[in-house]
Design a protein around this ligand. Sequence first.
Ligand SMILES: *Cc1c(COP(=O)(O)O)cnc(C)c1O
Length: 418
Amino acid sequence: MPISQSYKKRLYPVIQTIADHYQTPFHIYDEAGIRSTGQKLQEAFSGIDCFKEFYAVKALPNPKILALMKDMGFGFDCSSIAELRLSRQAGATPDDIIFTSNNTSGLDFSEAALAGGCILNLDDINLIDSVPVLPDLVCFRYNPGARRTGNEIIGTPTEAKYGVSHDQIVAAYRRVKDKGATRFGLHTMLASNELNYTYMVQTVQMLLDLITVISKEVDITFEFINIGGGLGIPYTPNTPELDLTSMANEITTLFTDFADSYGYQPALYMESGRYMTGPHGVLASRAINRKEIYRTYVGIDASMSALMRPGIYNAYHHIDVVGKENTATEIVDVVGSLCENNDKFAVQRELPVISTGDMLIIQDTGAHGIAMGFNYNGSLRPKELLLKIDGSVELIRREENIEDYMATLSFEEDTLSL
Ligand SMILES: *Cc1c(COP(=O)(O)O)cnc(C)c1O
């Protein structure tokens, strides 16, 4: 089940009016949907003493969206200086930010730790010595190694570039304790777009077991475990949703059992990106050409600069043709304008017969959509709109223009004679 019936019901009747005013193409996000998912997440985990979602900024790095997250009491998961700045501009305090980078530079650390503070999630033991100031509260990202993830995007942990290995993890905490750290957390992220909830339950079990071992060996206690993101959304019709309630109930039981055994509960942190915003965004684009060669191609006024996922992951994004529900269909490829044959939004898809001017709604673009956009072939990224709870629409990012594209060509001459 791609985007919700509720979003469709509110969006489709007004989409032509919105398009007439703002011009296609654009991504448009649903405030009501984002808030309702946020509330669902908080209610599901309300049986745990302290649960906090840190929205993964990379999924949809727009200040208005981050303001919604902040308003719901969420923090932010950041991996770059720009993401840190956006989070701080959205009002995040140091406790609201988890900085999880890998291949971290000194510059990243200065921004993360020194210029404003955050919860620092270290990705490697060598960083213990290179971080300019070791904070009081230290967290490591754990990579459990040989454990099948069955998850294509992240792959098997032994081949993943992330985290501290199983053999290093106890020593890592001992080392930061010796260097003066007094507060501790443990992080891992083993899935991406995972719809099988039992996987997340196993991850929690693994982390609770691990903090028990580390606590005993190093004589420390843990303030939180952080299971990262990776909760999946159904992109294809008829795929069941992730069973959030069962997942939360089983995880809550693990936390209750832990408290019974050890007399305290760590907080549970999560860094959902896709799950929070993915289904609450669509890309609206008009058909501008039809072409019949060996296949039938429908050319639209957006390109993969607005949505990379079909091109790079061969990902399915459901498409509606507004006003043509239940009309005759044909098999087509829906394409952009780049000189790149994977610039396609759909390949050999059965869709209503599309004429020039028809409005296509490409669904589930609320995460890793505009954020993965790029400028290859001189392509420019589209604007972003927000459908607000009061029914109004707000422009929350303008489209890129030629001046933006040319901006880095304006610089001081700098020639080195050798
Ligand atoms: C990408 C990422 C997330 C969010 O992943 P989703 O699949 O969007 O939930 C969370 N934490 C870290 C460290 C990430 O790199």
